[in-house]
Ligand binder design. Structure first.
Ligand code: NAD
Length: 483
């Protein structure tokens, strides 16, 4: 029997819960393979109504003061904190993420991002003077927010918080596999009395609702997080109406261990990083680059670190790795592993067998491979599972070439004997984020990709700027001083 919060017959449009015209879409619990709950999907016509509701709210919301919006963001944060336990349970259920990670990362980091925008607005400058011009940063209009299933709450709030902060209304389309947490955000928006049309929620198929948001003339910006394949398509569709498109796409990030670095620390941190959320993290460091002279020690540390990961029921506090999201995702990951082994890869840890005693659920063993060519599929493509590839390099120049030699450029890490050595190499990486020597996450620093990892930057002031238009008002010389 599903919890009532996991059975959703209505979608949220214009401040009301309305009956959509789409099919029922069941949500599977990937740990049990049972139905967790269901939502009734929006159709393209429902999504068009949501866009119209957002367009009707645009001028009013855009005219609110930053001080007012700070209050709204703080109320939304408080309303979500009131629902924290429900959010955690929902994310454990729909994503299969372990309960500790659901609380600290999926919910904790999402709320940290929301709060960071309330803080940022306190000092954000929506106007500056350049010579005789007053340069205004104005809300860019209706935002279509399309999000993936791997961190559904975080990805949603990483768009909704800056959009609302900027003065833009949002039409949100969550991923089909994980729509339930987004409904809790709509509940919170309703509970705080967010003006009608400022936040709208239309779950449904990407091929229908996502395409409507990418093509509707009433949507000014599409903010998309998902695969590079779909991102390309969204950008193509949006070109017809010359929408701004912010793309946050896939990755194949490197963890580069420099000569002299603490191998034990770097390698075990890299293994832990890859296994987070069962490897379903866009910024995961899925390629470990180590000096050739350190390969044996690195593989020994990686094997030991991978074997320490407890795979199992995501509701148990001791579990490190839950299932992956679906049967097809599991098959795809196992195909990558089997394909690499067939091409001669050496399996350091894990493999295609089911983890012991887990007969049900989409589980994959924490897997480490080596002995593969840097050009092979497993070393180039996003596997999106708990799979690490270890590559050896001869010198630092070769390491930098290898780190940059994929079509992606989302994240990475550099481990050095000291921070300065690692920072110098971080500068040479064509990637949007680099962590030096295990540095901590910063919700106010920009996040986004080079190359085919996307063209946008979320978080911090860069996140707000994605949702602002810039207007130059030329003032007569004598009026320069007036604001
Ligand atoms: P996906 O591209 O399959 O789907 C993402 C969203 O797009 C979903 O809501 C889906 O319904 C929608 N969609 C699908 N087809 C569409 C279409 N034709 N038009 C419009 N929308 C459509 O991605 P996914 O499998 O849900 O998520 C995994 C991917 O997301 C991985 O590649 C991962 O790297 C990426 N990701 C990137 C970031 C980032 O910030 N760069 C963060 C998380 C995930």
């Amino acid at each position: 029997m599903s919890r009532p919060e996991w059975v959703r017959e209505h979608v949220y449009i214009g401040g009301s819960w309305v009956q959509p015209r789409g099919d029922i879409c069941e949500v599977e619990n990937p740990a049990t393979e049972e139905v967790l709950g269901w939502v009734r999907c929006a159709t393209a016509a429902d999504a068009a109504e949501a866009v119209e509701a957002a367009a009707a709210a645009r001028a009013g919301w855009g005219r609110t003061t930053p001080a007012y919006r700070i209050g709204v963001l703080r109320e939304l944060s408080a309303a979500l904190r009131d629902r924290e336990d429900l959010l955690v349970d929902t994310l454990v259920g729909e994503v299969g993420t372990p309960v500790g990670l659901a609380r600290s990362s999926h919910v904790g980091q999402a709320l940290a991002v929301l709060d960071s925008y309330a803080d940022l607005l306190e000092t954000f400058d929506f106007e500056e003077r350049i010579g005789s011009s007053r340069v205004l940063r104005e809300p860019a209009g209706v935002v279509g927010a399309i999000t993936p299933w791997n961190y559904p709450l975080y990805q949603l709030l990483a768009k909704v918080a800056p959009a609302l902060a900027a003065g833009c209304p949002v039409v949100a389309k969550p991923a089909e596999l994980t729509p339930l947490s987004a409904f809790i955000v709509a509940d919170a928006a309703e509970a705080i009395g967010l003006p009608p049309g400022v936040f709208n929620l239309v779950p449904g198929p990407g091929s229908e609702v996502g395409e409507l948001l990418s093509t509707h003339p009433g949507v000014d910006i599409v903010s998309f997080t998902g695969s590079t394949r779909v991102g390309r398509r969204v950008a193509g569709m949006a070109a017809e109406t010359v929408k701004r498109v912010c793309l946050e796409l896939g990755g194949k990030s490197a963890s580069l261990v420099l000569p002299g670095a603490d191998v034990e620390r770097a390698v075990s941190a890299t293994v832990a990083n890859v296994m987070v959320n069962s490897g379903q993290t866009c910024a995961a460091w899925t390629r470990l680059l180590v000096p050739r002279s350190e390969i044996d020690q690195s593989l020994a540390v990686a094997e030991e670190a991978a074997s320490q990961h407890v795979v199992g029921d995501p509701r148990h506090a001791a579990t490190d790795l839950g299932p992956v999201i679906s049967a097809s995702q599991r098959r795809s990951i196992l195909d990558y592993i089997a394909g690499a082994v067939a091409e001669g890869a050496c399996l350091v840890s894990g493999g295609v067998e089911r983890p012991d005693e887990l007969g049900v659920g989409h589980y994959v063993r924490p897997t480490v491979l080596t002995g593969v060519s840097p050009q092979s599929r497993i070393a180039q493509e996003e596997v999106f599972g708990p799979v690490l590839v270890v590559l050896a390099y001869a010198d630092v120049d070769e390491a930098v070439v290898l780190a940059n030699a994929t079509s992606y450029g989302l994240a990475g890490s550099v481990w050095g004997a000291h921070d300065g050595q690692a920072f110098a190499v971080a500068r040479r990486l064509r990637t949007g984020r680099v962590d030096v020597n295990g540095a901590a996450w910063n919700p106010s620093a920009p996040f986004g990709g080079y190359k085919q990892s996307g063209n946008g930057r979320e978080l911090g002031r860069w996140g707000i700027e994605e949702f602002l238009e810039i207007k130059a008002v030329q003032m007569p010389e004598g009026q320069r001083g007036h604001r």
